[in-house]
Design a binder for this molecule. Sequence first.
Ligand SMILES: NC(=O)c1ccc[n+]([C@@H]2O[C@H](COP(=O)([O-])OP(=O)(O)OC[C@H]3O[C@@H](n4cnc5c(N)ncnc54)[C@H](OP(=O)(O)O)[C@@H]3O)[C@@H](O)[C@H]2O)c1
Length: 318
Amino acid sequence: MRAWRVHELGDPSQVMSFDEVDRPTPGEGQVLVKVRAAALNFPDVLMAMGMYQEKPPLPYTPGVELCGEIVETGQRVIGSPAGGPGAFAEYALMDAAAAFPVPDSMSDEKAASLYLTYQTGYVGLHRRAHLQAGETLLVHAGAGGVGTAAIQLGKAAGATVIATAGGSRKTEVCTQLGADHVIDYTTEDFVPIVKEVTGGRGADVVYDPVGGDVFDKSRKCIAFEGRLVVVGFTSGRIPEAPANHLLVKNYSVVGLHWGLYRKYDPSVFTETHERLVELVEQGKVDPLVGEVLPLGQAPQALLKLASRDTVGKVVLVP
Ligand SMILES: NC(=O)c1ccc[n+]([C@@H]2O[C@H](COP(=O)([O-])OP(=O)(O)OC[C@H]3O[C@@H](n4cnc5c(N)ncnc54)[C@H](OP(=O)(O)O)[C@@H]3O)[C@@H](O)[C@H]2O)c1
């Protein structure tokens, strides 16, 4: 079978090759799946560069979420490849207990996009930030994979959603997804706008995949008893929050590493998947697939993601 492999750390558009490799053999508790669609995630870029917390031994096949067909049964499932990355290939292994069935009505591309970013969003907003109906949610990078999921999940939870994004194409995407207020944070300062639309109160929950200056500014427009969820650092700078600032404003900075539930409580994945399927069936969640490309174009697709040039999810199809 063909599989992309990262042979040395660096820019994923340069260090990957499309190799002919043996089809993997399932171990105990695993299933072999024929990949039908694999979705891109920012961590694919960071991992190839050696800048992610997970550092698989080289060479490795990238790709952390997929929709595939179990070879033995023909059942269509979504999830992550077993034991780490491996989705950018014609076949992959999955842990049988973490291969989740998807509604027949969903396309392979949308199904592949329902896993990592939506699970992260659901766990982040509900389990970590305890978002309540009627609260205000501020979502940064709202047109990205993580951001589009958070806007839909915030609306589904009954929150008022303010979204930020870079450029008019992306702000338009946020509006179409149902965000109540949208700010182009590359041209406008979001702090006074968030204060204004919340009547001076600020956002109850901030969902931040960007970090850097965006995190610093978010601390200026967070509400009393607000929760600032640390999702990622696409800006490239890991920010800091002085403890005295948390004290004087009564807010919390909440860490989110969704993948850690695999170690501490895998039942979270199953329960979250069930909630997400309910939301799909109610029409409240519908993953935005911005682009579908052939598997052979994985390096170009990752380059687009790294250069801030994508909306929603980018999906590769073998
Ligand atoms: N904590 C967790 O468990 C978890 C799980 C999944 C993902 N994540 C993290 O969430 C973040 C988003 O992941 P994603 O896959 O959904 O990516 P994405 O949002 O589709 O793409 C990243 C977005 O970040 C924004 N951005 C701001 N500054 C940037 C810069 N200097 N370079 C590139 N992008 C920049 C861009 O939106 P604008 O142009 O609108 O600014 C870009 O579209 C990543 O940091 C990822 O590691 C965390």
